[in-house]
Design a protein around this ligand. Structure first.
Ligand SMILES: Nc1ncnc2c1ncn2[C@@H]1O[C@H](COP(=O)(O)OP(=O)(O)O)[C@@H](O)[C@H]1O
Ligand SMILES: O=C(O)C1=C[C@@H](OP(=O)(O)O)[C@@H](O)[C@H](O)C1
Ligand SMILES: [Mg+2]
Length: 197
């Protein structure tokens, strides 16, 4: 048989992404509603590595909800608990870790995340975020008179900082499965010249 016609095993996108990640963690960052928790879980499944959501882990160790923690101890205490939990989770790898929206904004946590793996910002616009977060009311920072305006203020403050992430993937009105593909493609990186068959 002509060599050019020999069947070749093409690795799946997921296995290419898994190889690109190696022993590193993949850490999702971005604003509330970007899809960190939901897409992170699906990406971990595609990569066949463990998934952990830092808010869920904080709720597990404190035996309180995030809202209860904010009420009982305030945001400052929540942030220091968040830093400690994230630092511990980053020690093992590879894992997919979805953080809460404020984690990467905290200078100390951001440093720990940058050192602990590949950070990926799910970047969404205000209307997409609002459409998603206004369906639920468990996010303490949005319990304001005008939660959409609060979300916009947080965008203005935080987007320049999220931009420090290693990878940026737009999170728009596309199916979750498409988001997973886009994340895996970002991990694999741009195709080199000559990659195309
Ligand atoms: N691509 C998407 N298409 C449709 N719904 C989405 C998509 N991404 C996230 N969502 C929904 O938006 C909401 C917020 O997602 P979540 O993962 O909790 O965001 P985050 O953890 O970033 O705050 C959830 O109800 C989730 O199912
Ligand atoms: O943006 C923030 O500061 C927060 C985001 C929330 O997580 P999600 O981004 O997963 O909603 C949660 O950690 C807490 O309510 C604070
Ligand atoms: Mg979340």
């Amino acid at each position: 048989m002509n060599d050019l016609l020999m069947p070749v095993a093409v690795p799946s996108l997921a296995s290419q992404a898994r190889a690109a990640l190696g022993k590193r963690n993949l850490i999702f960052v971005g604003l509330m509603g970007a899809g960190k928790s939901v897409i992170g879980r699906m990406v971990a499944q595609a990569l066949s590595i463990p998934f952990i959501d830092t808010d869920a882990e904080i709720e597990r160790v404190s035996r309180m909800t995030i809202a209860e923690l904010f009420t009982a101890y305030g945001e400052t205490e929540f942030r220091s608990l968040e830093t400690r939990v994230i630092a511990r989770l980053l020690e093992g790898g590879p894992r997919v870790i979805s953080t809460g929206g404020g984690a990467f904004i905290n200078e100390h946590t951001r440093k720990v995340i940058k050192e602990g793996g590949v950070s990926l910002w799910l970047k969404a616009d205000l209307d997409v975020l609002w459409e998603r977060v206004n369906k639920r009311d468990h996010r303490p920072l949005l319990k304001t008179q005008n939660p959409k305006a609060t979300l916009e203020q947080l965008m203005n403050q935080r987007y320049p900082i999220y931009a420090e992430a290693d990878l940026i993937v737009p999170s728009g009105n596309v199916r979750k499965e498409t988001m997973v593909t886009n994340v895996l493609s970002a991990l694999v990186g741009p195709a080199e010249k000559g990659d195309a068959q």
